[in-house]
Each structure stands twice: as C-alpha cells, then as structure tokens.
Design a protein around this ligand. Sequence first.
Ligand SMILES: CC(C)(COP(=O)(O)OP(=O)(O)OC[C@H]1O[C@@H](n2cnc3c(N)ncnc32)[C@H](O)[C@@H]1OP(=O)(O)O)[C@@H](O)C(=O)NCCC(=O)NCCS
Length: 165
Amino acid sequence: MTADRTGPVLQPIGPFDVDLLAELHHRCFTAIWDRPWNAKSFADVLAMPGAAGQILSVGDAPVGFGITLQAVDEVDVLLIGVLPEARGAGLGPMLLDSLLSAAASRGAARALLEVAAENRAAIATYTKVGFTICGRRKQYYPGPTDAILYERALNSCRIDDKSHQ
Ligand SMILES: CC(C)(COP(=O)(O)OP(=O)(O)OC[C@H]1O[C@@H](n2cnc3c(N)ncnc32)[C@H](O)[C@@H]1OP(=O)(O)O)[C@@H](O)C(=O)NCCC(=O)NCCS
C-alpha cells in the first residue's frame, strides 16, 4: 500500500521481527481466552511452510501485526492484533484485507479462522471483512470459552498463473 509519512504502512514480517512480535502480542492479547506467545513461538510458526505475516506501523511506531498459514488454496488467519490505543480506527480490517490479498496472490481461494465466542471486537472486524460463521468448537479456549469458526471465499489470483495475469 502507499501512504504518507504518518499514515499506516504494512510491511512483510522478517526473520528478525520475532522479539517485536512477542512484545506486540503481549500488549494486544490480554483476554482470558488468549494463549501466551513468546519470541520462540513466533520463530517456530514463521519457520513453517506457508507461514506469512505483516506488521502495521503508523509513523515509525509498530501498532499491529497479523500472521497467516497457507496450505495450497486454503489460508488460516492465525493471529491479528492491534494495540489497544490504536483500536477502533479500522486498522484491523485494513490489516486483514492486506493479509488476505497477499494470500490470494499466492493462490488461496478460501480463508478460515477461529475466534473466541466472547471476542466482540474481533467478530466485528471479521464480519466487516466478509467472513461468515461455519462452525463452533465447544470449550476450545481457556476460560473455558467456545471458538466460533469463520470462513470467506477469496478471489484467488496466483501471481505465477498466467490465466490471471
Ligand atoms: C480485533 C482487533 C484486531 C480489531 O482491530 P481494530 O483496529 O480495533 O478494528 P476496528 O477498528 O474494525 O474495530 C473493531 C471493533 O472493535 C470495537 N472497538 C471500537 N473502538 C474500540 C476501542 N477504542 N477499543 C477497543 N475496541 C474498540 C468495536 O466493537 C469495533 O466494531 P465496530 O466498528 O463495528 O463498532 C483488535 O480489537 C485487537 O487487537 N484485539 C485483541 C487481539 C484479538 O483478539 N485478535 C483477534 C483474535 S486473533
């Protein structure tokens, strides 16, 4: 995306971002249903085939991040977080849109995610971006809290697929 000097900027996660990701996660994920992630958790998941992610900054300050895991034409949104002081300004949907566009450019045709049933802010974000409910997992999160499963079709457009160029 293009942006002015103070507007939001999205950049792909690099191998040296794991400490920053752990700090952002610690500040974003504070609900009873959230599980802890440290720098090693991020290093491990980012080393998996199909893992990708983006960091969202405003000015020079990182304010959010998202991580996806893709297998052929399906992508799971593993994590999306925006710092509390930056919430409510549409940054979450912007980040999610960008993650899904990147996944679609790598051939994803369907996106899936799970969210704690009580996580109203995240459910609002997912609904805005076009996700619909496709299932429920009882007592999936600490609490215990149910998980609601969401899905969305993507306009898959592999950058190496000449029929879409
Ligand atoms: C989910 C999340 C990424 C949304 O980011 P965001 O940039 O605030 O997204 P939006 O601006 O679209 O706001 C989404 C909803 O948050 C709520 N909200 C609005 N202002 C808020 C604020 N200042 N503080 C907290 N929540 C707010 C509203 O319900 C809003 O929905 P609405 O616009 O329909 O009223 C963010 O709330 C977050 O990081 N939550 C903690 C981590 C998490 O649970 N991630 C999802 C599971 S991986």
